[in-house]
Design a protein around this ligand. Sequence first.
Ligand code: KIV
Ligand code: ZN
Length: 510
Amino acid sequence: MNDQLIIFDTTLRDGEQSPGASMTRDEKLRIARQLERMKVDVIEAGFAAASNGDFESVKAVAEAIKDSTICSLARANENDIRRAGEAIRPASSGRIHTFIATSPIHMEKKLRMTPDQVVEHAVRAIRWASEYTDDIEFSAEDAGRSEIDFLCRIFEAVINAGARTINVPDTVGYNVPEQFAATIRTLIERVPNADKVVWSVHCHNDLGLAVANSLAAVQAGARQVECTVNGLGERAGNASLEEIVMAVRTRQDIFRCDTQIDTSQIVPASKLVSGITGFPVQPNKAIVGANAFAHESGIHQDGVLKHRETYEIMRAEDVGWVANKLVLGKHSGRNAFRSRLQELGVDIASEELLNHAFARFKELADKKHEIFDEDLQALMNDESSEPKEHFRLLSSSFHSETGEAPCARLTLLVGGAEASSESSGSGPVDAAFKAIEAVARSGTQLLLYSVNAITTGTDAQGEVTVRLSRDGRIVNGQGADTDIIVASAKAYLNALNKIQGGSEKMNPQI
Ligand code: KIV
Ligand code: ZN
């Protein structure tokens, strides 16, 4: 049996289907670069037919990434497959992932097709896809609730037509480990030419079993797992990449395979995805939660000090945790700044960007004497967030006094022209948002406002996430500053810039 477990990351596609997690093209590129650095085998960059924006994102990722296979999702119809094929064309290694539902309920109620028609569509889709690439994956959507005889029939047909990876999704997170493993084992035993393809699984977390089901499937012979950073994804999410990778790596005595993931890139990937989507990671989340390696009880601390392995099965540094350490200060030069960014894996696209970021670093170092890695990351997030800004904060002043309504006075750049605005509010953040809205009149609804201190200490930068919605579209904006009201205004403007530039897109599973 092959001992390589292929890691197929779908953060940019299924992950993005979480309400509120939509990402811009540049954000997707930044995540794709981090996935490449982590040595993910396959990056599902999006669903090219969903919108022009999605097509452009998949294409941009295909152009930029060299070491991972770039994949686009496509329903089993000609238009979707051709859009996917065009979008992955620039990739050094490109895959088309086509799917159709196979469960009785989906075939009858959603597709309104007979099983024969479904098989016919699937086979035709593989033929269209083969005009673009040999690397074709087929998924039987809702396989977790499909009849095993029908799965065997459709998988046999698509393998004969040229599919190389057969994916078995538990689309609605209905399965339990033993049963799911039995399904995989039966398929591998019964489907002709099963040994000519890679068997893959894609589990959703509705019952909290996505990782357990995926690992059970690996024990049954699956050699590709579809997963997302931080377990992001539709509804309760997908199987979490970090948990799959570390379970397999830590329990080599159980799993007769391993991944090629560079595990030291896991925590940076988690922080990047959380920062971009505005979805915080719960503190007790395995591997990437802030408390995942913290020992609180005296007995545990004593044990770990005497011998680390008394209470630790993994090393924090192996998954990319580094202690908050002082890295730079106001006297640090441009070269030290550049080389620390490179060590953090941050892309510096141009000298112009570096100069601009360095000037902002100096401003920050004047306000905050100790600059940590987290500060640099936040600064670079800000730097590369939205190049085509319609709204920008030029200056601000806030007034708040006991017994009086707080007031915000802002000067903004709106489409290149200066505009001033003033408003009061129930608090200074509310006043700032109202002052922005007095100019922007965006018609958006505020869904979420959250503040997080990037490092410790009262001089820490506040990182603010603002989630806005308009006409069913949801975007996240981020802003960081030592002044949390300024950070809030920046986050609000960042979200408005995204909502301005976005286009409608469809969900593949509707
Ligand atoms: O959950 C699912 O079934 C999917 C497929 C498109 C693979 O995301
Ligand atoms: Zn899915």
